[in-house]
Design a protein around this ligand. Structure first.
Ligand SMILES: [Zn+2]
Length: 73
């Protein structure tokens, strides 16, 4: 029997896509906080977390800025 065993690294399922990802060195300190396999999944999660808040983000809004010019005393 041949067991191909790599390293004994821990792994977790991604909270978004469900794919298991393996411990990485760069996560050594934050492994406990890592929940997503990639930044994409993390971003996705962020979008989904905001349920029904389409009006939360308002782009623009420069109506309060009046143009003031020509102020003579
Ligand atoms: Zn993922």
């Amino acid at each position: 029997m041949r067991g191909v065993r790599k390293e004994n690294l821990p792994e977790k399922p991604c909270a978004v896509c469900g794919r298991p990802f393996v411990w990485r060195r760069k996560w050594a300190r934050v492994w406990d906080e890592v929940k997503y396999c990639s930044d994409r999944c993390r971003a996705r999660r962020g979008e989904a977390a905001r349920g029904g808040g389409a009006q939360d983000l308002v782009a623009g809004g420069g109506a309060s800025r009046a143009t003031r010019s020509g102020n003579s005393t």
